[in-house]
Ligand binder design. Sequence first.
Ligand SMILES: [Zn+2]
Length: 169
Amino acid sequence: MVPVRRALRLVIDQKAEIVEADGQRTICSAYLSVPRPAVIRLVRFVHVPRRFRRQVTNTFLFARDEYRCQFCGRRSVDLKPRECLTRDHLVPLSRGGTNDWTNVLTACSTCNTRKGNHLPAECGMHPLQVPVEPHFVHLTWAVRRLTPVQARYIRLFYGADTLRTLQAL
Ligand SMILES: [Zn+2]
C-alpha cells in the first residue's frame, strides 16, 4: 500500500504494472497519460529500506491512537484552539527512549508539556492503552478508506477475517 504518486513512479519506472485502474480517471502530464492506479503488481523486487518500513509518522501514530490523547482521553475535536495533538515518548528521548511504536503515543500539547522529561511512574501519568506496533493494513484503513476493488485484493492476500476486522474499524 503506497501513495498514488509512489505507485505512478513505480509504473513509469517499469518496476510495477497496473492491475486495476481507478475507473476512467487518468493522470496526465505534458509527456504522458496514465490510468490512475488502484492496484499495482511489482514486476521486480523493490527494496524498501528498513527505516522506511519501521518509520512511525504522526499521521499513522494519531490514527493508531484514534486521534485521542492517551493521557487525558480528549479527541482532537475536543481540544482548545491553542492545543494540538503531538507525539509523546513514554521514555523521553533525553533519557534513552526511542521512536519505536512501543515508546510513542498521541498526547495533547498540554499533557505532553506536563509530562515533560518524566517517566510515567515519576509523574503518575499512565497511558490509556499500552502502545503496540499495529498491523500496517489496519493503519492504512484508518488513514484512508479502501475502494471496493482494493478490498477484493485485501481479501485475496490477507483473508476474509482481516477484511472483516478492517471494515469493523
Ligand atoms: Zn491530554
